[in-house]
Design a protein around this ligand. Structure first.
Ligand code: SAH
Length: 247
């Protein structure tokens, strides 16, 4: 069983204040997490990040920097989006505790996504998540500083994961959950086929694709299942090419 520090990455999406990157690194290190991933940070490396990291600069040095979110979550088999709003999108929601329980119940590569200081995560980014997590707070003022949101999740993970991580619970399929890259490949394939069959309206595919994403992410398909789904899509494409009708 891989320890949390190896398989849980904290992803900060477009942080604008380098100090927050340092604070997030410190929050992580105090709770034994190590993998900090940055998507297109406004300024990094930066002396303010180093100052706020206050001894957690090893995490900053090891931080991965990616130009976009897809690259940052490429190998992840489970993705959670932290949202300051209770209902950012009609999407599966988890309490922080349930999120932590789910992480500990598996052995898979997992990402926790944290949004921009001003605007949080976009709907497109939230739509890459299997579930969203809201930290309950004052309903009239529920937006935590991003590094403090990292601290809350890191603490809960630390508290729930003593030396005794639980053995792996699986769904019994025998295959690992699909990675974010495999899922995005499937969604792109699905959208292209649904355009081709005329199921999607060319002018407004967005909402239907979001519903379909939500459905498939809720099912959390494994690698084999994604291959089967893509095989089905390919058979539809073959069928269209032949001019419809089976054999
Ligand atoms: N004004 C933004 C809030 C950004 S706070 C908005 O309305 O979305 C920056 C990031 O910190 C958020 O994107 C989220 O990832 C995290 N965060 C802040 N407060 C949170 C909360 N109560 N629950 C979960 N995540 C939170």
């Amino acid at each position: 069983m891989r320890p949390l520090r190896e398989r849980v990455r904290i992803v900060l999406v477009e942080p604008s204040h380098p100090g927050n990157i340092g604070s997030a690194a410190r929050a992580m290190k105090t709770m034994g997490l190590t993998r900090l991933v940055l998507v297109n940070p406004a300024a990094f490396p930066h002396p303010e990040a180093t100052a706020m990291a206050s001894g957690a600069d090893d995490l900053l040095e090891a931080a991965e920097v990616h130009p976009d979110l897809d690259a940052a979550i490429a190998g992840c088999r489970r993705v959670y989006g932290l949202s300051a709003r209770r209902r950012a999108l009609e999407w599966p929601m988890r309490t922080p505790e349930t999120c932590v329980d789910e992480i500990l119940a598996t052995d898979v590569e997992t990402a926790l996504l944290f949004g921009r200081e001003r605007s949080g995560l976009t709907n497109e980014e939230l739509a890459r998540c299997h579930a969203l997590v809201h930290i309950p707070a004052n309903p009239d003022y529920s937006s935590l500083n991003v590094a403090q949101a990292v601290q809350v999740m890191a603490y809960l993970l630390h508290r729930a994961a003593p030396s005794t991580e639980r053995p792996i619970d699986t769904d019994g399929t025998g295959y690992p959950p699909a990675t974010a890259t495999e899922l995005e490949g499937f969604f792109a394939h699905l959208e292209s086929v649904l355009h081709r069959t005329g199921f999607l309206q060319p002018d407004r595919p967005g909402r239907m694709m979001l519903r379909l994403r939500r459905l498939f992410l809720r099912a959390a398909p494994d690698e084999k299942e994604v291959n089967i789904l893509r095989g089905i899509l390919s058979s539809v494409e073959d069928c269209c090419e032949r001019g419809g009708g089976g054999d």
